[in-house]
Design a protein around this ligand. Structure first.
Ligand code: AMP
Length: 244
């Protein structure tokens, strides 16, 4: 593999430098986003270059647009109305799925791109109708998506991009086996992006090994910067009594 400095696009501090299509730039401007957040500045150029990424970024960092914009750019660059699901975003909760869907609708308001949501707690039949419409993007929680895959209602063999969002939370909620099973059903030629608040979660390793190929690691919030209002102190005790 060539030295990283030769192949990595630089961090970008302007949306207009990012080779995004005009309808996306218009939507970004309408949202009032003046410049990319740090995670967007790092992730968007790398994702557009087709890299697999392992990203530590918190909610509120702008991570959603960081994975949606390059994905939408790809859909616009290469329209493929007859293929199956082109991108999948796996999330831990239906609330997060809904938020990402809303963000997609905002960013896609000047395009004809479509997305569907498949999460637990909603009727299967309605979701089957959504899947039949063959949206470019699916946003799903693992358990319910697996149910649809097993019933033959959904297929991921033409998938181009797989995103795991809030991967650490997905593991904490017990979705590890479901996530691995879904990864195993995805097109092996896809691009994969994993977002997690922390990259030190013990359960991440089996997932990243199956998911990612030579990923670039993007760390936005170094742990010491995450919680500016937490203070650490070390007190040295000279004996047990003094310690107590
Ligand atoms: P997220 O981390 O994706 O949940 O985004 C947190 C919030 O930041 C959302 O309300 C976004 O609308 C907003 N946001 C995302 N990107 C930008 C940006 N470049 N400039 C200003 N706000 C942004």
């Amino acid at each position: 593999r060539p030295p990283v400095s030769c192949i990595l696009p630089a961090m970008s501090d302007s949306f207009s430098d990012m080779q995004l299509a005009e309808p996306l730039l218009r939507a970004v401007a309408r949202q009032g986003f003046e410049r990319p957040t740090p995670v967007q500045g790092r992730v968007i150029p790398l994702a557009l270059a087709g890299r697999d990424l392992l990203v530590s970024a918190q909610t509120g960092s702008g991570k959603t647009a960081a994975f949606l914009l390059p994905m939408m750019q790809r859909f616009l660059d290469r329209p493929a109305p007859d293929t199956g699901t082109r991108a999948l975003i796996l999330v831990p909760t239906r609330e997060l799925a809904r938020q990402i869907y809303d963000h997609f609708i905002q960013l896609g308001s000047y395009t004809r791109l479509t997305a569907g949501v498949v999460t637990g707690g909603a009727p299967l039949s309605h979701q089957v109708a959504t899947l039949r419409k063959n949206p470019e993007l699916l946003i799903a929680t693992p358990g319910r998506l697996l149910e649809h895959l097993e019933k033959g209602n959904a297929a991921l063999d033409e998938l181009e991009i797989l995103v795991l969002d809030e991967a650490d939370r997905m593991l904490d909620m017990g979705f590890s086996a479901d996530v691995l099973s879904i990864i195993g059903r995805c097109n092996a030629q896809r691009q994969s992006l994993l977002f997690s608040a922390t990259l030190t979660h013990q359960g991440l390793r089996p997932i990243t090994e199956r998911l990612l190929r030579e990923p670039d690691v993007v760390t936005i919030d170094a742990p010491r910067e995450q919680h500016p209002d937490i203070h650490h102190q070390v007190l040295l005790a000279d004996d047990s009594d003094h310690k107590r």
